[in-house]
Design a protein around this ligand. Sequence first.
Ligand SMILES: *Cc1c(COP(=O)(O)O)cnc(C)c1O
Length: 462
Amino acid sequence: MGEGTGRSGDVGGTEEQRAARRDEAVRAAVEQGLLGPDTPIVGLLDVAGIRESAAALRSAFDAVTPPGTPVLHAFAVKATPLVPVLRLLHEEGVGAEVASPGELALARAAGVPPERTVLDSPAKTPGELREALALGIAVNADNPQELARIDALMAGRTSGSPLGIRVNPQVGGGSIEALSTAAATSKFGVALRDEGAREWVVRAYLDRPWLTRLHAHTGSQGIPLTLMAEGVAETYALAEEINERAGRRQVDTLDIGGGLPVNFSSDETTPTHAEYARALRDAVPGLFDGRYGLVTEFGRSLLAKHGTVVARVEYAKSAGGRPVAVTHAGVQVATRTVYAPGAWPLRIAAYDGKGLPKAGAEVVQDVAGPACFAGDLLATGRALPLLEQGDYAAALDTGAYYFAHHYAYNSLARPGVYGFVTGGPEGVGFATVREPQAVEEIVAEAGGAHVDALTSARREAR
Ligand SMILES: *Cc1c(COP(=O)(O)O)cnc(C)c1O
């Protein structure tokens, strides 16, 4: 295998097994007709890999907390908003962090109970807040105006919802500005270092005995672990201050958010949830002495490595001396990579027309998508075995924030998503997670039922 697949010698057994399962799944997808000339793109999810990551997350925090410490791992639904994925994670002991009515509906459809659900969005309407409180879902208020809405809903009532405030510890941003939530001017939470803000937060708790949680999420992808730990340490210090001034353990749970970065350059899982949990314990030992319950909200680190988007090479051509493989995977499934290739490079693996890893000398080439703009490229100037017509190109590590986040440019259809399990008596078994989108659905979603809406409106206005 070439360098482009990142199959280096330093990956551990689990990682090698994961790569081997991926190869098996691509081959089986071609053999079983999930992938072919008429279905030129699919998303594949490694069920065993997802289970492994969920188990590794649980054991990472079990290892640093005293027995009996309440720890809720809530998967950030936005990373992979697919109901069967949420169901699988729920079965693996992982709840849901939701940030919109749609995400809450997905979590409920997956059977995630309210007590394992956390609502965090920055723009909750009064209706959303009312529903969350009626269901008993944990809510983190983003700002003073939102807290005032919760005050109104709580007047003369009690709620089963654990309630908290989201703070921005303003410890600084990471390498990707759009994903840095703890910069001085980030839009999320109460900016703790702004003048008067800390005192406002403390008073808010002292005035409201029902505020028992404190939340911070210091960013995603591109944030170093030390900075994440610093954000958690700041939040812990605030909880201690509130509790001291309250004279009781009012804040009983810290929600430390998610944000563990993912290594997109090889099959190695680094950093691991265990490394992060140990780094947190070392940086903030008081948080792990049993006095506080914990909520985590990991997304990318749970799912990214377990998804692969595989696309057929429709045409192989050459332009300006450079080979270009025109595939069916582009901006519609890898939006961030196409628009911001520097921040979001993806590994590409080459497979032949039978779905077997392609051998052969590496050639510098472009891997293009199907959309009608020149920048629709999955990879540029990449050294890979030469992709030819009828081959397949796989974009690796796309289980989070990629093929589940369809971007409807050119009315390109949402690909089908299938979970796979290897090692069964009949080889690889696939389960439909999401049907491929039919063109009839595209028409319906594009106002197909209202075909005369504008022409008849014009006549009426005359
Ligand atoms: C996006 C988000 C997460 C998950 O971030 P990852 O980088 O995917 O782990 C967790 N909490 C909140 C509040 C978020 O906005």
